[in-house]
Design a protein around this ligand. Structure first.
Ligand code: C2E
Ligand code: MG
Ligand code: MG
Ligand code: MG
Length: 276
């Protein structure tokens, strides 16, 4: 009986592995198709300066408009895209599209803002990244000072010399580099002063803590950023209480549903018009 049971378990196990593989292969094929069929879109979430009240930036967030399944959020396909290497091609598209859109807004006469683009570890470590950026900026006509790259602590500090070189080249080009989801990964504090990082993005998780009367981490990150001559932005701001708290603590910028969700470009244009 026991043997029988084992055999069945094994079969269940085996078939669930092949099911997973099948879904993965289907998804990979679909991701490839998505690129060639132009099923990707960028939505933009405005970032507000807390002193002036003005929109100073927009984060470009990737959306996959699947013909059957509808909108698929990035967390459902980014990691597969990273595993398969497709993230490089997808990332190229994101970069170009974000720069093009930002330049377009400037050409429409809106006050220039920085567009920030999320970059996975694989993208950051790719050969020729700096040249690629130079090319995209030249082709879209966007001034480098209106582009920011968001990297996470997961770029891993194993190859610190290469990371430092790349970051310095990016800064020399005029592009900004921020650390996304700050505080959720591993980063040695040493790197914050060593690398030419221009901004820290406080992860939403710590903003949620401020609601539970535990604002110590957010306060510390704000003060540390300023001591190290970096700007700081809070992500995932959902309430007026959080906003008041950030203003009191002299946080530079905020981003979150309380101000605006990520919006398709046409809708964001409308928001920009009303604020003009
Ligand atoms: P992220 O870069 O930390 O982006 C912030 C995420 O928080 C976005 O989710 C945004 O919609 C969401 N968010 C913003 N404000 C609020 C708020 O007030 N409340 C709540 N609950 N959520 C808020 P989204 O768009 O689903 O993106 C998830 C993650 O996917 C991003 O996290 C980023 O790591 C990744 N991602 C998105 N676009 C790209 C891309 O083009 N390339 C790469 N490599 N990764 C991307
Ligand atoms: Mg981000
Ligand atoms: Mg983040
Ligand atoms: Mg995140």
């Amino acid at each position: 009986v026991i043997k029988e049971k084992h055999r069945n378990n094994y079969k269940v196990f085996e078939s669930s592995i092949s099911e997973n593989l099948k879904t993965m292969f289907t998804m990979e094929t679909e991701l490839r198709k998505a690129l060639s069929k132009e099923e990707f879109e960028l939505h933009y979430q405005p970032q507000k300066n807390l002193k002036t009240g003005k929109i100073v930036g927009m984060e470009a967030l990737l959306r996959w408009k699947h013909p059957v399944k509808g909108y698929i959020p990035p967390l459902d396909f980014i990691s597969l895209a990273e595993k398969t290497g497709l993230i490089i091609e997808i990332g190229d598209w994101v970069l170009e599209e974000a720069c093009r859109q930002n330049k377009y807004w400037q050409d429409q006469g809106f006050e220039p803002v920085i567009v920030s683009v999320n970059m996975s570890a694989k993208q950051f470590h790719q050969n020729g990244l700096v040249e690629k950026l130079e090319k995209v900026l030249m082709e879209t006509g966007l001034d480098p000072e209106f582009l920011e790259l968001e990297i996470t602590e997961s770029i891993s500090m194993t190859n610190e010399k290469n990371i430092l070189t790349t970051m310095q080249q990016l800064r020399n080009l005029g592009v900004f580099v921020s650390i996304d989801d700050f505080g959720t990964g591993y980063s040695s504090l040493k790197y914050l002063s060593l690398f030419p990082i221009t901004k820290l993005k406080i992860d939403k998780m710590f903003m949620d803590d401020t609601q539970k009367q535990n604002p110590a981490i957010v306060k510390s990150i704000i003060h540390m950023s300023h001591s190290l001559d970096m700007k700081v932005i809070a992500e995932g701001v959902e309430t007026m209480e959080q906003l008041n708290f950030l203003e009191n603590e002299k946080c530079d910028e905020m981003q979150g549903f309380y101000f605006s969700k990520p919006l398709p470009p046409e809708q964001l244009s409308k928001l920009l018009v009303t604020l003009r």
